[in-house]
Write a protein that binds this ligand. Sequence first.
Ligand SMILES: [Zn+2]
Length: 478
Amino acid sequence: MKTSNNPLRANRSSFRRLIALLLSLVLVLLSSGVTWAQAKVITGSKEKAADKSKSKKASSDEVNRPRDYRSANFLLHTDLPKDEADELLKRLETMISLISKYWGRPNKQPLECFVVRDLSVWPQGAFPPEGLAKIEEGAGVTLTQTRVVRGTGEIVGAKATVYAVANRGIPQHEAVHAYCGQNFGHTGPIWYSEGMAEMGQYWRAGESRVNCHPEAVRYIRNSEPKSLNAIVNAREITGDSWENYCWRWALCHLLANNPNYYDRFRPLGLGLLMDKPDATFESVYGSMSKEISFEYLFFLQHFDLGYEVTLTAWDWKSKFRKATSSVPVTCTIEANRGWQASKLLVKAGEVFELTAEGSWQLSDDGSLLNPFGEEAESPKPAKEGATTNKPNKLKKAGGKAESKTEELPTMIPYRSPFKSGQLVGVMFNDYELSEPFAIPSDGTFTAPADGQLFLRCEESWNKLADNKGKVSLKFKLK
Ligand SMILES: [Zn+2]
């Protein structure tokens, strides 16, 4: 990597490089039936407002010349200071190990990345025009050259190069494209390639919580939700806007993590990356499109940092039936899940006798609550050796009751007319939900509308994971 910024030398060398490129192209064309085709994967998640400061020149007076850094899977050319370059390589390596495990294909050859903080310290001609343009607009691009067999179109080799500004997230996003381009020869349709590249920058091992840019949460919660069809079938262009990237990422996050859909998502993705003709969203998910639309909309409406699609996946499998006076319908509702099937099918106005047993807590050391959100009258028996009936409080006093993952801030304040810990219900009918309602504690339940009754323990949607306990319910027609 040259570090000179003498324009004459740079021009001469880029001219030499051009000649060399042309020569090698001619040689390849002449030597076999294999041709090089340049496929541009133009991405450029437009930089987010909150990141702008980071694209400015390094604040220190010292000028960092571009240098080369290597790790197992990357060749990084960057003007970042060494400590930041090392940190970036570490993040890229973590990500590449996660995504190559996910797609089941180890990265074959180093991915080359140009990561720019201060364009003025780079020699002229250091970047191809597409790369330079994206860097100038504060974004990134991945250029992939594929070698294909003339006639059959079979891909026999690929080389991807990333050009990106040093903003947190963008090099990682582009590196996902580079991995896909280089190892599969394709990156898939826009919704998949951009959605998964965005996932790449947020991916954490064994973690399915929403952990994205706070700006994305605010945008999604304050916008009219984009329909599934608009995302999957729209003729959108890559690099269009960071707002569109949010929707694509949210869809990929849902499909990759929700147990109703993840089994089919990985093979679909592999098919898309290998450009298999039968790998389309419609062919894989067509029969589930109503369910996905419903869950996607629900996800967007309750979207926040810390929201877990694994805990809020809709129960499409439970069978619902009517209760009679002699054959009740019973169910168990867990405190740490979203809406759960009561298995009770109702008509508006039907009155049921309801018994509710059990208790729950809204955090490790929270009070024990009955199903109606009141402090439980008969607390759990004290654990062996404990002298108090609040064993968790004792544990905390011992100093080690911290949860394993740090709590993410709530971006959108959760407002609810119900008491925390109250058993609440919602009617599901033809993929529509009623307004939620509290289940009264007086032992009767009157169905407010026709449909299937779903229940949950009232709590912020992004704080379900640390809830404990469950309640058992019995509905008998009066
Ligand atoms: Zn992209």
